[in-house]
Design a protein around this ligand. Sequence first.
Ligand code: ADP
Ligand code: MG
Length: 280
Amino acid sequence: MTSRTDQQRDDQQRDQQRDQQRDDRQESALSTPDPTGPGAPPGPAAIEAVGVTRSYRFGDSTVEALRGVSFTVAEGEYAAIVGPSGSGKSTLMHLLGCLDRPTSGTLRVGGRDVAQLSDGELADLRNREIGFVFQAFQLLPRSSAVDNVALPLLYRGVKAPQRRARAAAALEAVNLGHRLTHRPSQMSGGEQQRVAIARALVGEPRILLADEPTGNLDSRNGAEVMRILEELNSTRGVAVVLVTHDDEVAGRARRQVRVRDGLVELDTGAGPGTGPGVGR
Ligand SMILES: Nc1ncnc2c1ncn2[C@@H]1O[C@H](COP(=O)(O)OP(=O)(O)O)[C@@H](O)[C@H]1O
Ligand SMILES: [Mg+2]
């Protein structure tokens, strides 16, 4: 029989372990992708979730963070996920981004069922297909902007001069060509998030997932980050799925998905030409 304080301590330790695991997964997500090459034919849905659930064991109880979500990310689309705190948005993003696996249901990324993949294969798939942007940037504090952005290419064995050239080009694409050697502490929040976007893009993923990318930014910097995400979508065809609390940010997306209590409550629909009001 464990006492109440023992139980609380156990819970606390479990929480810490869980956070660490999540951090580890987030770090490994930073090693981005092989280019799929220009002109890749429009394939199947980039990501397809069918009846996906995710529960977390929590002490003696189970939290059902997602209770059966079906959700497709089409090539080149732009979607905003909204919903109250604790509704399961980050859990969903982690699944879509292959940082985590469903408890049940089917999740296909790039046409492959993640349940059939080993952890290593899943990491490879994520690295090829997906760039992830976090609310708190997650940059290496002691590294320059260009080194932060080049890091995913290091994991892929790209040689130093080429890493640097590609990282510099990615930084130029987010209007930070003049900040290559600055460290995170020498940049504004908006600049740091743009560095994080450059890092997510340097490997040319087909999908960019962003969990509250403007959540730590003032409105001016938030607007600049949004402008960049929209431009990447419209000029390079990168599919963008972002979580936001900001109605204005959500309102600019072609597709809105509202999550509540672990379920998709409203989805205005995927694909070009669909707009708000196509709800089901
Ligand atoms: N690793 C975890 N272990 C236990 N419960 C979790 C874990 N991650 C999230 N939860 C719980 O799952 C629910 C959904 O969380 P989350 O996906 O982070 O929501 P949101 O991003 O919408 O705020 C919440 O009740 C949260 O407390
Ligand atoms: Mg969240």
